[in-house]
Design a protein around this ligand. Sequence first.
Ligand code: PGA
Length: 256
Amino acid sequence: MANRLAVGNWKMNTTLDEALSLVGGLASALKAAPVENVGVGVAPPFPFLEPVGRAIKESGAAIALVAQDCHAEPKGAFTSAVSVPMLASVGVTHVIVGHSERRKHFGDDDACVRAKLEAVLAAGLVPIVCVGETLEQRESGQAEAVVGGQVRAALEGVDLSTVVVAYEPVWAIGTGKTASPAEAGAMHTYLREQVLSEIAAGKPVPLVLYGGSVKPANIDSLAATPHIGGVLVGGASLEASSFAQIVQGCANNGSE
Ligand code: PGA
């Protein structure tokens, strides 16, 4: 695994043509300016995983295929759901679980996130577990308790060697508001030095990505912040050139 990671979460955006042109643009940008210490991934909508994966292969670019979610069961009567073995069979290597939009709009609670995480690990894929507090929780001084609790619920007792965590304050997602490097850094330090190091029990502590309105304009200061091991990017990943600039920002400002 590269020692940093930048993942573009396309959410419910793009048609097939747009998805292919987006990944094509990104592949060209990465080939023109390769990065060594940053793993790059894209998370297209489910129907486009296979064609986007094929386009990546044909381009020769090093881009990981990431799924935005999964079901916890490997198969069965769960109309519309997509299982981890299905994702693995089309070349997916990483799966996002517990994104705040899943938690908010689809009722994914801590138990559901844990079950999905275990399904991802059981299939040998890398889970990217998202955690984050709402504005109300932050303003009432509960941010660490909430985020620490989400991390513990997802990861206590789990072998962390292939796990990635993403800290995404809910109030910063898609709002244009970004946690300041100091705010994000404080949470990343708390997670890595206290919560995750306790769970890791002497083994290596996972990367913690930052997510929430990451843009070319703020990547340098975020990426230079200790304990920020990369980024999970929504809106700004829908344009190849801006996501490529973010990847470069991660590569140029590595703090670990
Ligand atoms: P955003 O989304 O970059 O559009 O704020 C981040 C995310 O939800 O992962």
